[in-house]
Design a protein around this ligand. Structure first.
Ligand code: GDP
Length: 343
């Protein structure tokens, strides 16, 4: 007997597909300290710069030489997110990959929750010799609980003491242990040597470099394929979530936001919905978006964009900027104490 096609659920029937920001991916890289996060993100920036120079002649997209990178590095810490503008090989529209830094260890201040509330998926970066270490367990658990897809990147595959098969198995066991769902457990694996800026989808065998690892292209394409692009509701009024805070000598407090619905514009008056539920109208005096490692002034941020806003001195994490005509708060970001859930 032939298998019947399952009936679409009522939900599927009623809901038209949501519009998607195909030009954005928001991803967190989770790694134990020293497993090579900084190095691989730098390599991604370098490669993205090289692609831009190759394909575009716009001044803004010029190659960043290593001096530029070094100089801008000082600002990374403040920018809190890195935006890699990736130009697909086929000449398609560029895609902004926002990389959010989450601490690779359990933390008590909610930095993990804040980081994860900005992204739609996670790259778990694991040293090919050390394997997954207990400190990343808390972060991974949080990502899995949020039903996010996770990509495993085995890094430093060049290490003579690398033990790739064992490390993959250890990671697999860890996922099982943390109740990964059936999609999450099918995590894609990328093998990388971040220091040399190369990655492959094929496992390196005894020092033999797989044929597809000329650069980080396999890493980029895995991110594009497995981390969902943000979706939104076209009709919905503005909702932007304060996911982190920063400070600047000249601009004062800076709120980092993920726009969920609608658009946030420089100069616009928005409703600021505070933690206690009270609402006041405020003006967006400065709007910024990250390019590579620095923040640049911007006119508008749309759904899925991560942006920074200055000029609201007492704004707090978890609060919402909304349409003054229709102010609806986003959920407050809840924070678990890792001490309870470490094991
Ligand atoms: P982070 O703490 O995760 O940001 O790690 P870093 O990027 O600072 O790298 C930690 C150390 O690992 C540094 O000494 C790097 O030179 C080294 N490292 C980074 N990537 C690689 C790699 O692909 N292979 C090897 N063998 N070492 C690497």
């Amino acid at each position: 007997k032939r298998k019947q096609t399952p009936h679409p659920t009522i939900r599927e029937k009623r809901k038209p597909p949501m519009p998607t920001r195909h030009d954005i991916r928001n991803v967190a890289i989770v790694a134990h300290v020293d497993h090579g996060k900084t190095t691989i993100v730098d390599a991604m920036l370098k490669q993205a710069g090289a692609f831009a120079a190759h394909q575009l002649d716009s001044v803004d997209d010029r190659v960043m030489d290593s001096n530029d990178l070094e100089r801008e590095k000082g600002i990374t810490i403040l920018a809190k997110n890195t935006a890699v503008k990736y130009h697909p090989k086929d000449g398609g529209a560029p895609i902004t990959i926002n990389i959010i830094d989450t601490p690779g260890h359990a933390d008590f201040g909610g930095e993990v929750e804040r980081g994860l509330s900005m992204v739609d998926g996670v790259v778990l970066l694991v040293d090919a010799s050390e394997g997954p270490l207990p400190q990343t367990r808390f972060v991974l658990r949080k990502a899995l609980q949020r039903r996010m897809p996770v990509i495993l990147c085995i890094n430093k595959t060049d290490r003579p003491d690398s033990r790739i098969d064992e490390v993959v198995n250890e990671t697999y066991d860890l996922f099982l242990d943390l109740d990964a769902d059936e999609d999450q457990i099918e995590f894609p694996i990328v093998y990388a040597c971040g220091r040399d800026g190369i990655a492959s989808l094929t496992k390196p065998e005894d020092g033999t470099v797989p044929a597809d690892s000329e650069n980080l292209e396999p890493f980029f394409s895995t991110i594009l394929e497995h981390i969902p692009a943000p979706t939104y509701d076209e009709e919905a009024p503005l909702q932007a979530h304060v996911t982190n805070l920063d400070a600047d000598n000249f601009l004062g407090r800076i709120a980092l936001l993920r726009v969920e619905q609608g658009e946030l514009r420089k100069g616009q008056t928005v409703a600021w919905i505070k933690r206690d539920g009270s609402i006041s109208n405020v003006r967006i005096s400065e709007l910024m978006m990250t390019e590579a490692l620095t923040r640049k002034p911007a006119e508008v941020a749309g759904p899925g964009d991560i942006c920074a806003v200055a000029g609201i001195p007492d704004i707090m994490i978890g609060e919402t900027l909304a349409d003054p005509e229709n102010p609806v708060a986003l959920p407050l970001i809840t924070v678990d104490e890792p001490a309870i859930s470490m094991t």
